[in-house]
Design a protein around this ligand. Sequence first.
Ligand SMILES: *Cc1c(COP(=O)(O)O)cnc(C)c1O
Length: 502
Amino acid sequence: MNLQTVTDEPELRRSRDTPLDLSPEEFRRLGHRLVDRVADLLGTLAERPVTPAETPGAVRAALDADRGLPEHGTAPDELLERTSTLLFDHSLFNGHPRFLGYITAGAAPIGILGELLAATVNANVGAWPLAPMASEIEAQTVRWIAELLGYPTECGGLLVSGGNVANLTCFLAALAAVPDGTPRERLRVYASKETHTWIQKAVDVAGLGAGAMRWIGTDGEQRLDVELLRRAIEADRAAGDRPLLVVGTAGSVSTGAVDPLPAIAALCREQGLWFHVDGAYGAFAAAVPEAPDDLRGLSEADSVAVDPHKWLYAPLEAGGALVRDPEALRRAFSHKPPYYHFGEAATNYLDWGLQNSRGFRALKVWLALAQAGRSGYVRMISEDIGLARELYRRLGDEAEIEPLSLGLSITTFRFVPADLRSRVAEPAVASYLDELNLDLLGRIERSGELFVSNAVVGGRFALRPCFVNFRTTQADVEAIPRIVERLGRAADAEVRPAELHG
Ligand SMILES: *Cc1c(COP(=O)(O)O)cnc(C)c1O
């Protein structure tokens, strides 16, 4: 068959009957049915288990995972029906009111609709001419985020896949600002031991070598110790190394600790270092009056990473990189190949980040910001913080629960059987409590009644609810001690070694 014969077919001149296209009528019918299913799911989330907690084998069997690529297609009705059932019956729901694991939010419903709208326009937000309105909505989203944080709205910034890539993007901007001729192997990067693992990946990707990292100790509340930081920087300078960048964490992953950002900012200014804030978890709490004052120090940072798929409740994925000087982003990422002529009058986001073709991630974030407004977000974030505090307070009244820490919207605690309460300092009891709480964590997950994750706090294995969930209520918080005690006693009855009885 040659091109000539194809284009000579009269029907093909008018339309193509392809196996993918849908007529507008079909699309409408399928879309309405799917939206009905989605609405039913959202309406019944609270009645479902948070997770079915199935084995990988069970999930693969449900999918028929060994089946190869089908030779022939499937009718879209049947396909969407079957696929939504598969997903609804075999998923963990981070939108469930009792999902309090990691730092993972449920999706704002308007963001779900936003994904449909974004895919409809299918804007390629790499270049302004390919995505005129989408590019401007992304620019406005970045300005709105900056406003919410109290960061300069003239900053450069863009949406990326998540906190890791947001942090990496800022890191690469900092690196591009290093004067030519600086020996790379002497660059030094400072971060506390509580910093998320993105920093190791960034140092690796940038090829700085494992020796570039300087881990700075923390105080009793897991906050970077600025005096230790100063000494480390001075020692490196004295040895001829080139201090590059300091990471301050605005809400640590384990306990929600906020580093002393204003003091770090002052030291970075004095020393001429790039001050980067990892605000993937906590940055948005800077908008909330009851959050720690130190959070507001992020306004002084050279760059800030944020994560709208956490505390802005955007559907995955949505991270954001904000850089005070937009030129720093351009220096890091802009190249001028002969095949692009996009003009300079507006931002072409391919000049500001790692991606070339880019989806319209900003829309779901923009829609949610517009729907709730600043006041709506301040209310939701303060309520989340309030629920963590309320839980911490309640746990203090429980005979068999020991609250361990409270930071931003993270509460940590552990189950301690009543008769072991006075013996927690004994090494055998301490190690049993770690084992017991690890076992309890699995029981909680398998129960489907609640989902929390874990942390190690002061050397102790802790259960760790994190509230970034606009569906969680006071009643859910009240249920937590009961669930933990019931499952904790069952675990204790089964796993306690004989020598710890009596
Ligand atoms: C979540 C988180 C990250 C990583 O973000 P992802 O969106 O998972 O890539 C980095 N740092 C902190 C403090 C975080 O909470």
